[in-house]
Each structure stands twice: as C-alpha cells, then as structure tokens.
Design a protein around this ligand. Structure first.
Ligand code: SF4
Length: 230
C-alpha cells in the first residue's frame, strides 16, 4: 500500500473544453450541421467533469533479470526492468476521466451523443495525465519522463495491473477507479502505469506490432527488442 507521504493526489483537475480538439476526436469540422448540439453537450460535460489521479514516488530496486521492485512490490517485465536500469526512483500513477463524466455518459442514449461523450471522457483523461505529469516534473525536477502501462506490451501483460493496484492501496478507490477480475479498469477512460526518468526516451508503440492502431505514436521498430532488451 502506498505510503501517504509519497502519494500525490489530484482530485480536482480543471477540465477545459477545447472545441478544436473535440472536433478532431469526433472527426468533424465546424461545418457540421449539428455543431450547436455537440457544443451544448460539451458545455454540460465541462460543468460536471472532475478528472483526477495520483502518482506515487517509489523506490526502485533491481531484483532479477526480468523483475524490478517498486516500493517493495515485484513487477515482472524485462522491458520495464531494463528501462529502470540506473534509475532509483519511479512514479507509478493512475489517471481517470472521473466517475462524474462516466455516470453522465451512461444517461446518453443517442448514438451521436454517446460518441461525443466518449470523446469528452478521452479529453478529460488526457488532461488528467497532463496535469499529473506537469506536477510531477515540476516537483521532482525529473527531466524527460517516459511511461509504461501494463497490457500495452506482451512483455508486461495486463495481469500486472494486480501488483500495480496493490502498490496503489486505497488510493485507486478514493478516485473511483476499480479493477475487475480480468484486470480491466472502470471507468474505462482511465490509464495506469509507471513514469520514469529517461535520457534515451521510450514509447511503448516502438515495441508493439499491432497494425492499424489509431493511437499509434511512433512506428514499430523490429530491431529494438533484440538490440536493447534481450
Ligand atoms: S501501437 Fe497502439 S496498442 Fe500498441 S502500444 Fe501504441 S497505442 Fe498501444
């Protein structure tokens, strides 16, 4: 369980409605016939959204070739272990769009409204991640950070959510995020992972073969695992 002194909780992250970003997420432009309806819905969401999250300052110990310990909890991933070589502190984190938006979207039964609600939750989640990251970098003067997330790579499967949530202790519940038996989070627009300082940079996508992923940030590098992680 996270020690209170090492856990930074942010429960009231402001949600700023960015109309251009919303339209981009919806694949619309400002000539869309029902733009006023979309913006009315978005302002409703803006008034009630409470993105939130936390991060935990964690001591890193290297315990094996494919394992690393954060705050005495063992994680099994060759890539995470190598990424944390020479790193003595890392920052497990959890960010969410918040239960307020999640509940609100459940009341939307029109497909266009539901689509818009999902995009608004995505925006809220991104803003929570940005706010946590900015707070962390400002507080600990970390320099460049990279993140890994359980389930993004076969090397660090989604079952590793269990030790991660064990590290979080009661904090996950405090921001309304739960983990199912199959390790899926609710609200679904939540992201968990570990931030770590890096000089070389790291993006999960470079090790991920998934084709046609709409969220891909950088191309797959077929030599990277062999050259850096084996
Ligand atoms: S390509 Fe897509 S699925 Fe793979 S790590 Fe990147 S965002 Fe995740």
């Amino acid at each position: 369980m996270a020690n209170d002194a090492s856990l930074i909780m942010m429960e009231n992250i402001p949600f700023l409605l960015k109309e251009t970003e919303l339209l981009r997420l919806l694949h619309l432009d400002d000539s869309f016939a029902f733009l006023d309806d979309i913006l009315r819905l978005a302002r409703e969401a803006e008034a009630l959204a409470r993105p939130k999250g936390f991060y935990v300052l964690s001591a890193v110990e290297h315990t094996g070739d494919d394992t690393v310990t954060l705050n005495d909890i063992i994680f099994t991933s060759r890539v995470l272990r190598v990424n944390l070589d020479g790193v003595y502190r890392a920052f497990p984190f959890l960010a969410t769009c918040g239960g307020e938006l999640e509940l609100w979207t459940r009341s939307l039964d029109d497909p266009m409204q539901s689509f818009c609600g999902d995009a608004l939750k995505e925006m809220a989640l991104r803003q929570a991640i940005e706010a946590l990251g900015a707070h962390l970098m400002g507080t600990y003067d970390t320099g460049e950070l990279a993140m890994m997330n359980p389930g993004s790579l076969s090397d660090w499967p989604i079952t590793e959510q269990k030790p991660l949530f064990s590290l979080f202790g009661d904090a996950a519940e405090a921001i309304g995020v739960t983990l199912s038996e199959s390790c899926l989070m609710s609200p679904i627009k939540s992201v968990s992972g570990v931030w770590f300082p890096t000089q070389k940079g790291f993006v999960n996508c470079r090790l991920c073969r998934r084709e046609n992923c709409p969220n891909r940030r950088t191309p797959y590098d077929s030599h990277l695992f062999e050259s850096h992680y084996q």
